[in-house]
Ligand binder design. Structure first.
Ligand code: KDG
Length: 360
């Protein structure tokens, strides 16, 4: 009997300690896409994990469709501490942490497996950790996906078809310069203004992963889908450092564990949905074409100078580490030629761009 009483007392103590370490909290979690998008569904999954792992004490108030403002506005709200969490594009973070520009590199990854390995490995973690000095805590990367072009005026079949195309891009220097270099007239706009800009013909086209093209109903205002897979775009889950630092270790562990579970769930779900999305876009009446390998090669070569810009933005160490890591993933010995050396040299000579195509 005495053993039973002491066991119950011990359990009560454990529970009370647990209870003390997990306070009842409401977490305002903002995101830009619709509730029914792959992003919105992943936020719901994260919310369920957090509630389950905290016995209902930590509750997410998920606020989608950019109701709390575009990515850049939510990022500032997190830094101020007036919003607790968000998920958004890494591309809109480069104004705060320039190392995030690595993920804007055209043709950096040639598969989702490569992306996962680099993003979840030491390089991705190092870049994520740089956010702390800016007032943000990066938790995990989710998959936005490989980006492809949609247009309403004409399909893009070859490099020359970019000429004069009024293309919306994210509010990001690399995207702006990349598409201008390809011959387009790039117009930076927040995601929340994209559909009206397409509908009013302010722009001819845009570029996003298949899931976003489908869930944001761009097929209603875009006739053509031209498959380029020109960059792999991650999302990043962020917390306000002001808020995060006053959480207990137990509360931080609940959120970190739920974030990792949501990352794996979101990637698997997004990839499954992405395979179906192209067929669904065709059913919605979009005319789909795939650029031939030669034209993709011409795009890569035209964008080599962007690799130099990114190498200088993110720093030689991160750039070289990325190239070496990708080389190993692709079964290549670490090359001695690389963009950073090219940047330091007279700019001539051949080097491997991470996408494998040589930049001359
Ligand atoms: O809030 C929207 C962002 O999370 C992301 O979807 C951005 O891919 C993006 C775009 O094209 O703006």
């Amino acid at each position: 009997m005495r053993a039973l009483v002491s066991c119950i007392a011990l359990l009560a103590l454990c529970f009370s300690v647990f209870a003390q370490e997990i306070q009842p909290r409401v977490i305002r979690f903002g995101y830009g896409l619709d509730e029914q998008s792959n992003q919105g569904r992943a936020v719901q999954f994260f919310a369920e994990q957090v509630a389950k792992n905290s016995s209902g004490r930590l509750r997410l108030r998920a606020i989608g469709a950019a109701a709390l403002g575009p990515d850049v506005q939510m990022q500032q709200a997190l830094i101020r501490g007036s919003q607790e969490m968000m998920v958004g594009s890494t591309a809109t973070l480069v104004g705060i942490s320039q190392e995030m520009a690595l993920w804007d590199t055209p043709f950096l990854f040639s598969s989702a497996a490569e992306a996962d390995a680099i993003l979840d490995g030491p390089i991705g973690r190092k870049i994520m950790d740089r956010l702390q000095e800016k007032g943000l805590v990066g938790l995990v990367y989710w998959e936005n996906g490989f980006r492809n072009l949609t247009t309403d005026t004409r399909p893009v079949r070859k490099l020359e078809d970019f000429n004069g195309l009024r293309l919306r891009v994210m509010q990001n220097e690399i995207y702006l310069k990349s598409f201008n270099l390809l011959g387009a007239n790039a117009t930076p706009l927040p995601f929340s203004e994209l559909f009206p800009a397409l509908e009013s013909k302010l722009v001819d086209g845009q570029e996003n992963p298949y899931n976003t093209i489908l869930s944001s109903r761009f097929f209603e205002v875009q006739k053509y889908l031209s498959i380029t897979n020109h960059v792999y775009s991650p999302w990043v889950m962020l917390a306000s450092k002001k808020w995060w630092d006053q959480l207990s270790a137990d509360e931080q562990k609940v959120l970190r564990d739920a974030a990792v579970a949501s990352r794996d769930h979101e990637r698997a779900y997004s990839r499954k949905e992405s395979v179906k999305a192209v067929a669904m876009l065709k059913d919605k009446g979009m005319l789909v074409n795939e650029l031939p390998a030669r034209e993709i090669e011409r795009m890569r070569e035209r964008l080599c100078s962007i690799h130099l810009l990114i190498a200088s933005n993110v720093g030689k160490e991160i750039w070289q580490e990325t190239q070496a890591a990708l080389g190993q993933l692709r079964g290549r010995k670490p090359g001695n030629g690389n963009i950073a050396n090219l940047a330091a040299s007279s700019g001539r000579g051949q080097t491997d761009s991470p996408g494998g195509a040589p930049c001359r």
